[in-house]
Design a protein around this ligand. Structure first.
Ligand code: ADP
Length: 144
């Protein structure tokens, strides 16, 4: 039923990942050809712009990407989806922008995203989930 499902994963938020597992499994079981898992690494210029002391140490973006990707691969095992259906990606940038960009690239027909409970500062949704819901060109399933 789905050609392409996109599941953005914040590798530092195990609770959010656990929330989406049963929903991803249920949708992936519906003749889905591919499930794309994406983790986004906040970009280095962001840290440099803030002048953070450790910015100089954060030069090895490729190494970060490799580490993030292997962590994502570990996380994805918990979903128990056949390996041939899975694609994983680790890219630098802003989570919401990269989620929307990959959704277009893979022609996603569903995005499954977890959201924190509403924060008073952002009202209905967190900033990433909110932006994805507002701007995605395909259905978005928000788990909370
Ligand atoms: P927040 O309240 O922290 O802004 P949201 O509730 O808007 O978070 O969205 C959380 C969801 O956004 C996560 O479950 C995940 O799907 C996605 N997300 C957040 N950060 C990243 C990231 N670095 N890489 C991939 N996905 C992310």
């Amino acid at each position: 039923m789905y050609n392409s499902i996109l599941v953005p994963i914040d590798i530092s938020e195990d609770d959010l990942t656990h929330m989406v597992i049963p929903y991803v499994q249920a949708h992936a079981a519906l003749n889905t050809s591919k499930v794309h898992f994406l983790t986004v690494i906040p970009s280095l210029p962001y840290y440099s712009a803030l002048g953070l002391a450790y910015a100089a140490e954060m030069t090895k973006l490729e190494e970060f990407q490799r580490t993030a990707l292997s962590k994502l691969d570990e996380i994805v095992k918990q979903f128990h989806i056949p390996a041939e259906k899975i694609h994983t990606y680790a890219v630098p940038g802003s989570p919401k922008d990269q989620i929307l960009k990959l959704a277009e690239m893979i022609n996603a027909d569903l995005i499954i995203i977890a959201s924190h409970k509403p924060h008073i500062s952002t009202y209905l949704l967190g900033s990433n989930a909110g932006a994805v819901v507002r701007h995605a060109k395909c259905p978005v399933l928000v788990i909370r």
